[in-house]
Design a protein around this ligand. Sequence first.
Ligand code: LLP
Length: 425
Amino acid sequence: MHFFDYKGSKLYAEGVSVEKIAEATGTPVFIYSAKTLARHFKAFDGAFKGAKHLICYSVKANSNLSVLKTFSTLGGGFDIVSAGELHRVVKAGGDTSKVVFSGVGKREDEIAFALKQNILIFNVESPEELRAIDKVAGRLRKKAGIAIRVNPDVDPKTHPYISTGLKKNKFGIETKEALKEYIYAKDNLKNLKLLGVDCHIGSQITQISPFIDAIKKVKGLIGKLRKEGIGVEYLNMGGGLGINYDDETPPHPSEYGARIVEETKDLGLTLIFEPGRNLVGNAGILVTEVVYTKEGSAKNFVITDAGMNDLPRPSLYDSFHNVIAVNKFKGRRKFKADIVGPICETGDFIAKDRSITKVKSGELLAVMSAGAYCFSMSSNYNSRTRAAEVMVKGRDFAVVRKRESFDDLTAKESMPRKLFAGKKR
Ligand code: LLP
């Protein structure tokens, strides 16, 4: 459920007309609904109300400071994958004692920064990383909380690029190896606290069964750890619960929560979750202006001022985003078209062979479900300034990231004299 809907013929974000926002900020512009963010967080959190749990929002999905602040105000923690994301959490006033740090390639400087910020847990993805964390913690005279990320070898039945829990994926440590590593750490790595077991199997998962399969494998490991005298406190089931982009029917968080609580209640552990898309995906839209339309014998094209640099998901994963007209014009027919951006690549498209209202140049389109992995994956390709981001709350809205300027584009670049000294030709 989200709060982007038509009032009469005009699309509104909560109580504000989308057209009004676009007039104020220009396009392309991302619009986030604060009420939707809160609603999604509460639905997820509420799904586990019977169990000890911590919701660590996965910052990578949308790392805007105002989005982070929204979740931190609601009591959320954060799942980070870089020191940069931790910097954002700190800046947004997030509680670092509720931060978990995932990722296969944490550098020692990132580990040190996280230790200094007293994060809760490092989700460890390799034996070498385990030793590196112990070493850095020793140097800083700190104890690092760790959970080994187990690769349970289950198929999450999602796009191959966002499947992470198969043996062939680069993530985590196989269950058997993980047991050996916990035992090794207990006996040898004295700067670690063995706090938990972690498992994240993929993203945009629309069935519950892969999560349950993963829990079954992880439970076996927890039993073995207990026999070895290793009593962990946390079970982290990662993120991955899918959303509705088109005609998917993902389980509601309450259904997912009930099944997971049922499967894990005998363990007596605190559950951690790292939802990203589920909290923000449908809480954001991208508004873009039609620059030109072009009708051809093979295809019709609607050319927008947003491209793959703003919304990379269709080009990267062939993913579907619903596209609707911001103003419903009476009597306007539909036609089939490719909705494409201005970037010089054939792969630059927002939608293909889509039946939409026959829009004209200067009119606005809204790309739905653009709150997750859109702005956070955007780039400056083709030297395009990144879009503005706006947050709406009730009848109010505010810019939460300004549109980049031309000066921003070149701010970090230089033409050092020594490279260009010498005779002019
Ligand atoms: N935890 C870990 C360790 C992760 O790797 C991820 C996502 C999450 C949590 C959050 O997953 P979510 O709840 O959002 O599914 N760019 C892709 C998605 C990449 C997901 C990467 N990891 C897309 O646009 O579909």
